[in-house]
Design a binder for this molecule. Structure first.
Ligand code: GLN
Length: 196
C-alpha cells in the first residue's frame, strides 16, 4: 500500500520516515500523474502560500481534488492543514477547499512561535507528541467534521471522512501513532474501494 508525500516544499523526508515506521510504503510525489498509483497522500508543513502556488503551477489542484473524490485519504499537517481548508481567515483565496473548516494562520502569537506538547487525540490510546511551529488553528468546523483534539480549548486535530488535518508536526518526533492512524484510514478506504 503506497502513500505519497507531496514534495513541492516542506518536511517531506520526515513524513516518509514516519509513514514507513507505521508500516506503509512511502514515496515523494513531484508530479500530479504520480498520484494515480497511490492510495493516500500527505501534504506536509512548510509555507502554505508557497505550497499553494506550486500546487497551482504543477497541476495539483484538480488532481488532488479528484484523488480525494475517489475516496482516497489525504492528511494535511500544519501548512498542509491550511491548504485543505475551505476558508483561511483574512485571505480572499483558499487553496484546495476540501475540508469544511475555517483556519487562522500563525495563530499562536510570537511568544509561542514554536513549542512541543503531549496531546490527547480521539481514537489514539495515549497522548501524541506534537511539535507546533508557527502553527495554524482551526477556528470553526462544519457538521461533517469530527474534532479529534484541542489545545487550550482550540481545535488542532480534525477529521472529515477520509480527510485528516493536524496543526502541528507529528513527523518531527519518533512518535508515529498519528501516521499509523492515517495508514489505517488508507487501509480502510482501499478495502472499501475494492468492495465497491
Ligand atoms: N505558518 C505557516 C503557514 O502559514 C505554516 C507553518 C508550518 O507549516 N510549520 O503556511
Amino acid at each position: 500500500m503506497k502513500i505519497g508525500v507531496l514534495a513541492l516544499q516542506g518536511a517531506v523526508a520526515e513524513h516518509i520516515r514516519s509513514l514507513k515506521a507505521a508500516g506503509a510504503e512511502a514515496v515523494a510525489v513531484k508530479r500530479a500523474q504520480e498520484l494515480d498509483e497511490l492510495k493516500g497522500l500527505v501534504i506536509p508543513g512548510g509555507e502554505s502560500t508557497t505550497i499553494g502556488k506550486l500546487m497551482r503551477k504543477y497541476g495539483f489542484m484538480d488532481a488532488i481534488r479528484s484523488f480525494s473524490a475517489q475516496g482516497k485519504p489525504v492528511f494535511g499537517t500544519c501548512a498542509g492543514l491550511i491548504v485543505l481548508a475551505d476558508v483561511i481567515e483574512g485571505q480572499e483565496e483558499a487553496h484546495l477547499r476540501l475540508m469544511d473548516m475555517t483556519v487562522a494562520r500563525n495563530a499562536f502569537g510570537r511568544q509561542r512561535e514554536s513549542f512541543e506538547t503531549d496531546l490527547p487525540v480521539k481514537g489514539i490510546d495515549e497522548t501524541v507528541r506534537a511539535v507546533f511551529i508557527r502553527a495554524p488553528l482551526i477556528k470553526s468546523v462544519g457538521s461533517e467534521v469530527d474534532v479529534l483534539s484541542t489545545y487550550n480549548g482550540e481545535i488542532v486535530t480534525a477529521r472529515q471522512g477520509t480527510l485528516l488535518a493536524a496543526s502541528y508536526h507529528p513527523e518531527l518526533t519518533d512518535d508515529y501513532r498519528l501516521h499509523a492512524y492515517f495508514v489505517d484510514m488508507v487501509k480502510e478506504a482501499a478495502a472499501a474501494g475494492s468492495r465497491a
